[in-house]
Design a protein around this ligand. Structure first.
Ligand SMILES: Nc1nc2c(c(=O)[nH]1)N[C@H]1C(S)=C(S)[C@@H](COP(=O)(O)OP(=O)(O)OC[C@H]3O[C@@H](n4cnc5c(=O)[nH]c(N)nc54)[C@H](O)[C@@H]3O)O[C@H]1N2
Ligand SMILES: Nc1nc2c(c(=O)[nH]1)N[C@H]1C(S)=C(S)[C@@H](COP(=O)(O)OP(=O)(O)OC[C@H]3O[C@@H](n4cnc5c(=O)[nH]c(N)nc54)[C@H](O)[C@@H]3O)O[C@H]1N2
Ligand code: SF4
Ligand SMILES: [Mo]
Length: 866
């Protein structure tokens, strides 16, 4: 690779240039950050300060307690006061988080590109510019677009959502008049959210771990990854001490699997087959919670032969089969719905939704599932039996004098079931298993955060065409992409007309994301970046920034003020702030001040503040027109409105926790929203999917949309999960590629380049942390003559990459596991960042056409010695 190192280094600031070895570089950075101590060492007492704040390196959002000595952050410990509400500890990334701030490789000055050609091997010809010049360049583009068509401007973010608070980005794009604001969720866990939304019209799940006795964990990696891990790891341990048994079902011996009672190494992507077999076993054995299915779910509703629910005379109300009158009736008081059965209504054959489900899985025996998922039929049977037995179907428990449903058995996942081409159907299958034992919002079961919060998710999708958004969210192409589609913008960008987009995007903002590197088939993403004027706001010279026209350095979470995200749990909810404690490089701006400044320069300052009020839902204390806000002042406004406590409390504690009472924990959710006659129902049968299939197919046919594959649409939009959902595209097509390849998080790294410059993580902890490996099963390696340390090639239908072999027992013989977080190529990272391999360069891209979610664990590959 040809790189004009010198010119580039100038743009990075002097410290980067001097940095041969990162440890030296950090020492220099710290020195530069402190006034030099001249002459004799002074004996004046050290100034020690403790500041409470929130970690924002990952979306666990732990409470932290930092110690500053003479203005330098020396230690970061967990905030002990938060243990009661959320995190008992913090992780190595958080404890060494100051090294992300004192990182000498950071961006320190705005940069502009002087070479118009964009590419991995193109030298951007960076030139440092003043903030004023950077703002002028960017505002000039924005003013042009504003006059022509504001939709041509796109804003995209990743972790940035949590760094500044997404609502500021919502306000920025709303005020400007563009629909194009895109978060990263479809590279993350969107499929899981959409599955929740289709099922309970609200998203957010956690196991009620305090009371759970049996946990089937399908790929929630809460010792290494997860988003509620600093609560889950502690809470699970407490429950293990009280008898909780954990079974981890995933292809790799994750740290969770290593600590579990049992590891079931299932073949990648085949979860649905195993889960459907378990469902069949439980139904056949009668170990299901029939009253729950009848009273809370749409299982008894009657389905016609077209797969749609039959309706009452009003054309809306669904019907059930009333066992008392032996006739089809709406489920109102006095009606006793049949759960199963086939009936005739107005001469038409109908079945209950539950009967349709039973019929659809009649061939999914444990033996059939064994063949697909490679889990012994006996194991599948035993897990189904234990899951049902431990659920104590029919039992109640008395807590604080309240009699509550008790189902201490739960099936949970994070990306294990969702980071797939059929991710929505994957987690829908998990939800159905939980419904079968009736554990939803029961003590020890699966807690829903806000069921029926957004009833619109029960509706048929609008299937928009022509699309209004460049990412195609909620369009005919991805009807239920309710969370934007992160990877799609850069694909559409390459040929917008072919998608029917009525405008051509011209400018993109990227904030706190390294989008192309975090998405499968990275190369395809980079191609989209050459078409637009790109502004990147980051703390590092990422690969994405390498394709920018203007780069703006941001402040880190230790340098800026924010109203902070938190992770609520089944036990508690919270509000929190983050506070600036240092500014070693004297940076001027952060995301909010950049947005505010740009809005001023395009004449939208007041509109922006007005949209901020709306986006944040401010009621009593609001942003005032005509005023300019510092970051700290924005936090003061929000604190005053939302926390209703003096700001001195925020400065001292940074946090207010609120424990949930029993009623809000168990009785405010599905119990209040769905139970009994006349209420909406949890959708075991997602009828809105099949209605959407008919609608999308007809729009596609009418408009001759070559990009809609109607046969695939039909498979994806099934109202019930089926065997087909265990066969993502590469499993059907890449027949000559014998291995499955999967990816996962590691404790010591965060996402792509975020932590690769942190010397503690990369130098102090040794080689195992400093790089990643191509993990191969011992038996496979032996057969192929591969030894530890050999360079091996992974070849997929996308391309080839080389990595270092690590021969292990903790992965299936037919599966190759490669972690995320390594193999950065941007010259802007420290040499440490370039170690290891970036799997996304060769993963196939097959988004879930329900949610837009990316497939990360579906690719097949060849493997050989390089
Ligand atoms: N192979 C594989 N790919 C994956 C995954 C996987 O497990 N395996 N995981 C997926 C998941 S779950 C997700 S969420 C996505 C993540 O995808 P992204 O959100 O794109 O994650 P990053 O690439 O780390 O981008 C975050 C960026 O924020 C920058 N940053 C950090 N702090 C600050 C700050 O204070 N201000 C600003 N402006 N920038 C900051 C970092 O330097 C980094 O460039 O990746 C997905 N991709
Ligand atoms: N240390 C660290 N922590 C993080 C992050 C990070 O980058 N680093 N990122 C944060 C973010 S944004 C997210 S979204 C979460 C993600 O948190 P998790 O979803 O908990 O973590 P992942 O490692 O992405 O995937 C979970 C597990 O799925 C398994 N898996 C792969 N294929 C299959 C399969 O076919 N079936 C099953 N059942 N399992 C499979 C993998 O082996 C992995 O252990 O982590 C968060 N926490
Ligand atoms: S788990 Fe995430 S939020 Fe918590 S300390 Fe670690 S990096 Fe920070
Ligand atoms: Mo994520």
């Amino acid at each position: 690779m040809k790189l004009a190192r010198r010119g580039f280094i100038q743009g990075m600031g002097a410290l980067g240039a001097a940095a041969g070895v990162s440890l030296d570089a950090v020492a220099q950075a710290v020195k530069a950050a402190k006034p030099a101590i001249k002459g004799k060492v002074s004996r004046t007492p050290l100034e020690v300060k403790h500041i409470k704040s929130g970690c924002a390196i990952c979306p666990n959002f732990c409470g932290i307690d930092a110690t500053l000595v003479n203005g330098v952050v020396r230690t970061i410990y967990p905030d002990a006061a938060r243990a009661e509400f959320y995190n008992h500890g913090i992780c190595p990334k958080g404890a060494s988080g100051m090294f992300n701030t004192y990182d000498p490789y950071r961006l320190k000055k705005p940069l502009k590109r002087t070479n118009p050609n964009k590419g991995r091997n193109e030298d951007p010809g960076w030139v440092e510019v003043s903030w004023n010049e950077a703002f002028e360049m960017v505002a000039a583009r924005m003013n042009k677009i504003k006059a022509e068509d504001p939709r041509k401007l796109l804003w995209q973010h990743g972790q940035g959502k949590y760094l500044t608070g997404e609502n500021f980005a919502v306000a920025f794009t709303k005020a400007f008049g563009t629909p194009n604001m895109t978060h990263r969720t479809t590279t993350c866990e969107a499929a899981r959210h959409v599955a929740d939304e289709l099922t309970v019209a609200g998203a957010g799940i956690l196991p009620d771990l305090k009371h759970t006795k049996y946990l089937l964990n399908f790929g929630s990696s809460y010792f290494e990854g997860e988003q509620a891990s600093r609560w889950m790891d502690w809470e699970a341990q407490q429950s293990i001490d009280k008898g909780l048994k954990i079974v981890v079902i995933e292809p790799r011996l994750s740290q969770n699997a290593a600590k579990a009672d049992e590891w079931v190494p299932m073949r990648p992507g085949k979860d649905v087959a195993m889960l459907l077999a378990m469902a069949k076993l439980m139904i056949d054995a009668g170990t299901i919670d029939e009253p729950f299915l009848v009273e809370y779910t749409n299982s008894p509703e009657l389905v016609g032969e077209d797969g749609l629910f039959i309706k009452d005379k009003d054309g809306k109300t669904h019907l059930v089969w009333d066992r008392l009158s032996n006739s089809a009736k709406p489920y109102v008081a006095g009606v006793k719905p049949a759960l199963k059965g086939a009936y005739t209504v107005d001469g038409q054959p109908v079945r209950t939704a539950f009967q349709v489900f039973m019929d659809s899985i009649k061939d999914m025996t444990p033996a059939a599932a064994e063949e697909i998922a490679d889990v012994p039929a006996d194991t599948i049977t035993r897990l189904a039996q234990t899951f049902a037995k431990e659920a104590r179907i029919g039992e109640f428990i008395e807590l604080e004098g309240q009699k509550l449903r008790y189902r201490p058995s739960v099936l949970y996942t994070f990306r294990g079931l969702s980071a797939k081409e059929h991710g929505v159907q994957g987690w829908r299958t998990g939800l159905i298993l939980n419904m079968l034992v009736g554990n939803i919002d029961a003590v020890g079961g699966l807690r829903m955060d806000a069921p029926y919060d957004k009833p619109q998710y029960f509706d048929v999708s609008k299937c928009e065409y022509p699309p209004s958004r460049c990412d195609m969210a909620q369009s005919v192409y991805f009807p239920y992409a309710n969370h934007h589609i992160a990877q799609q913008n850069l694909i559409v960008m390459q040929d917008p007309q072919s998608w029917g987009l009525p405008y051509v995007p011209e400018m993109q903002f990227f904030y706190g994301t390294n989008r192309p590197m975090s998405v499968p088939n990275s190369g395809m993403q980079f191609d989209g970046l050459s078409k637009t004027f790109n502004v990147v706001i980051d703390i590092n010279m990422t690969e994405l920034a390498w394709y920018a026209d203007v780069v703006m350095p941001d402040k880190t979470y230790l340098e800026s003020w924010h109203w902070a995200s938190t992770r609520s749990t089944p036990e508690a909810s919270h509000v929190a702030i983050r506070q600036a404690m240092v500014n070693p490089y004297n940076l001027e701006h952060d995301a909010f001040s950049i947005m505010q400044e740009l809005m001023k320069r395009v004449g939208l300052a007041d509109k922006f503040l007005d949209e901020c009020n709306k986006a944040w839902g401010l009621k009593d204390v609001k942003f005032q027109p005509g005023k300019s806000y510092t970051q700290r002042e924005t936090v003061e406004v929000m604190w005053a409105d939302k926390a209703k406590k003096d700001f001195s409390y925020a400065l001292e504690h940074a946090f207010i926790g609120k424990k949930r009472d029993l009623k809000s924990k168990y009785l405010g959710g599905v119990e209040a929203k769905f139970k009994g006659p006349g209420k909406p129902k949890i959708k075991l049968y997602a009828d809105q999917l099949i209605e959407t299939y008919y609608k999308a197919a007809s729009i596609a046919q009418k408009n001759k949309l070559a990009r809609v594959d109607i046969a695939k649409l039909k498979v994806a939009y099934s109202p019930l999960p089926t065997r087909a959902h265990a066969f993502p595209t590469p499993h059907l097509e890449a027949m000559d590629y014998p291995f499955y390849v999967i990816t996962h998080k590691r404790m010591y790294r965060y996402q792509t380049g975020n932590t690769v410059n942190n010397v503690i993580l990369n130098k102090a902890l040794g080689k195992d942390v400093a790089t990643n490996y191509v993990q191969i099963n011992t038996a496979t390696a032996q057969k192929m003559g591969i030894k530890n340390g050999d360079t091996v090639t992974i070849e997929t239908r996308v391309g080839k990459i080389n990595g270092e072999a690590q021969v292990v027992q903790g992965v299936r013989p037919d599966t190759i596991a490669v972690s995320y977080h390594y193999g950065q190529w941007s010259p802007g990272y420290s040499p440490d960042g370039h170690q290891g391999v970036a799997l996304n360069e060769v993963l196939e891209h097959h988004p879930d056409i329900i949610s837009g979610h990316n497939s990360f664990n579906d690719t097949k590959c060849k493997l050989y010695k390089a």
